[in-house]
Design a protein around this ligand. Structure first.
Ligand code: AMP
Length: 252
């Protein structure tokens, strides 16, 4: 069985986000970009499934500009067997378009399991996994905190954290799983593997070759920074606190 993993290139989680002066989006030029953290977790899970003998191959896929190749090199250095870059140009590709592209790739690659991050930390959409499961009409398990694959029965059992406990789902394969933070701790790529990944071939396709038309079905009207927080005040007594809450904040 083959496991396909969708990995997105996003602004690194440690970078302080800056909004562009024209408020059209977030500044990405001269900013460190990395693999979306939830996608690292998705890839780690796919690698563990392969290492446990339940899958034969892990294929990493990224949709976006030419620089996605760097993200895919990281995926190869972490242990993915192959990588596919869907060159969609510089404009942001929205979740429904990514889902349509992934559907077309699934039809080519025929994986038994598709793993995605639960959300991309740049757009926080949390939509792509659900959309691709809908388009493929495959069972979906979102926000996985544990995944166990039964190769013989072709079933994935997964746990997800829900309000008040843990829900256990059993999914017939092929299926879509999206990963939550506590599923695993992704490995670091070792230097020899980073060097080896440099010489691996990354397959490139375009949305047009996959017969997918990139239609912007959402329009970003404006991106703005949250209002600056006012400085706090240190009060000297409980009486002063109550006085301020009553007369200044007027919440008592
Ligand atoms: P989102 O729905 O945008 O929050 O993204 C959820 C997940 O979908 C990500 O963690 C990725 O696994 C996948 N995904 C979204 N956009 C892309 C992309 N451009 N390339 C590859 N995977 C993506």
């Amino acid at each position: 069985m083959k496991v396909m993993v969708a990995v997105k290139r996003v602004v690194d989680y440690a970078v302080k986000i800056r909004v562009k002066p024209d408020k059209s989006g977030v500044e990405t030029s001269n900013v460190k970009m990395s693999m979306n953290p939830f996608c690292e977790i998705a890839l780690e899970e796919a690698l563990r499934i392969r290492e446990a003998g339940a899958a034969a191959e892990v294929v990493a896929v990224s949709v976006g500009p030419a620089q996605c190749v760097d993200t895919l090199r990281t995926a190869l250095a972490m242990g993915a067997d192959r990588a596919v870059h869907v060159d969609a140009g510089a404009a942001p590709v929205l979740p429904l378009s990514v889902a349509k592209i992934l559907k077309a790739l699934v039809q080519v690659e025929q994986p038994g399991l598709l793993i995605l991050g639960k959300q991309a930390i740049d757009d926080d959409c949390n939509q792509t996994g659900q959309m691709i499961a809908g388009l493929l009409r495959w069972p979906q398990g979102t926000f996985a905190s544990k995944v166990v694959l039964d190769k013989e029965k072709q079933v994935a059992t997964m746990e997800r954290e829900v309000d008040g406990g843990i829900e256990t789902l059993s999914l017939d394969l092929p299926a879509v799983i999206t990963t939550d933070l506590r599923l695993n701790q992704p490995r670091y790529a070792t230097l020899p593997n980073i060097m080896k990944a440099k010489s691996k071939v990354i397959k490139k396709v375009t949305p047009a070759e996959l017969n997918v038309e990139l239609k912007p079905d959402l329009e970003v009207v404006q991106v703005a920074e949250p209002p600056k927080r006012k400085a706090g005040v240190i009060v000297s007594s409980v009486d002063e606190l109550i006085h301020k809450l009553k007369n200044e904040a007027r919440i008592l």
